[in-house]
Design a protein around this ligand. Structure first.
Ligand code: G3I
Length: 315
């Protein structure tokens, strides 16, 4: 039967999902995971708070469960995320000097990217480093280390895993706007100075009916710089409960996003940020919104499935 992954593979692309391993105990979840996807990313398990809860004490059990699932199911493994201003452990906040924080960041990357070397195809090395206006986010890394923390992170990741593609990832960068242009300028600068960078992730946490009309053009302008691009965390939220007309719009939104990736040679694929609406992060953060994924609370395929498939050439 046609699946999202068979359509992706026919285009030399991958379709991925964010995995929380405990849900694999549900047969409906596992069946969809096994069947529909050829790439997996840990929803939380490889983040700094999970992998280094105490300084220089590394815990890989949860991340390894994701890696083991990828290996046993024959899927690519995508690493998320080495440096991010959320979900990092409290001890990081206690580091007051830039020199010490840089050492801690390098040590984190050396260990985690080293641990998963040979397993991941790519890493989100730095996540969400920019504000919507294109200025640097004033994270602890930016404040203590300064502008150079991003290139330091990429250099450390290259040293730890020379085979992994190294990506910068962000949200609200799907259109051509101040934030995506800031990342565009960073990629151009890194390329010019020989700082390692291979790919740019576009999270695409979208709102119903608001797929940017210039999404494909935006992906293409990055590809033209000589980096891969990917839709890394797709979901399309709407005011719940969903009615039939909203689900039809959502189908069209999914189709637009998959089509944009299909039309850009250097787009490696699309990752959706979860399988079922039941476990999506959206209602926790945007109360009253949800129903953002491809399968509903009871694991029934929504119209969005056919939209995604159509975008990747299905009928
Ligand atoms: O692990 C604790 C658990 O011990 C505790 O009992 C429970 C009570 O709330 O919380 C659990 O931690 C939660 C964690 O997910 C694991 O389930 C956090 O509260 C919760 O905030 C956290 O949410 C994650 C969020 O990132 C954190 O910012 C979401 O699952 C995850 O989907 C979301 O993913 C992010 C991407 O990494 C980056 N881009 C945006 C995207 C959506 O926010």
């Amino acid at each position: 039967a046609t699946t999202l992954q068979s359509l992706a593979a026919a285009k030399g692309k991958t379709v991925g999902f964010a995995l929380t391993s405990s849900y694999l105990n549900e047969s409906a979840y596992k069946d969809i995971a096994d069947t529909e996807f050829n790439l997996v990313v840990a929803e939380n398990a490889m983040k700094w708070s999970e992998t280094e809860p105490s300084r220089n004490q590394f815990t890989y059990a949860a991340g390894d469960a994701v890696a083991d699932y990828a290996a046993s199911s024959g899927k690519q493994l995508y690493g998320h995320a080495l440096v991010w201003h959320q979900q990092y452990p409290g001890w990081v906040d206690g580091i007051s000097s830039g020199t010490d924080l840089l050492a801690a960041m390098r040590n984190h990357i050396a260990n985690v990217a080293g641990h998963y070397a040979g397993q991941v195809v790519a890493w989100d090395v730095v996540n969400e480093a920019f504000e919507d206006n294109g200025s640097r986010r004033q994270s602890i890394f930016q404040q203590r280390i300064g502008n150079s923390y991003i290139e330091e992170a990429f250099r450390a990741a290259r040293a730890a895993d020379p085979a992994a593609k190294l990506c910068i990832n962000d949200y609200s960068t799907d259109a051509i706007n101040a934030k995506s242009t800031a990342i565009y300028n960073l990629v151009q600068d890194f390329k010019a100075r020989g700082v390692p960078i291979d790919c740019v992730g576009f999270q695409a946490h979208l709102i119903l009916g608001q797929v940017p009309s210039d999404l494909q053009a935006n992906l293409q302008r990055f590809a033209n710089l000589g980096v891969d691009v990917r839709i890394t965390e797709l979901d399309v939220r709407l005011p719940t409960p969903a009615d039939a007309s909203e689900l039809a719009t959502q189908k069209s939104d999914y189709q637009k996003v998959f089509t944009a990736c299909a039309n850009v040679t250097r787009c490696t694929g699309v990752t959706v940020w979860g399988i079922t609406d039941r476990y999506s992060w959206v209602p926790d953060v945007f109360p009253g919104y949800g129903a953002a994924l491809i399968w509903d609370d009871n694991y029934a395929k929504k119209p969005a499935y056919d939209g995604a498939a159509a975008g990747f050439g299905g009928t």
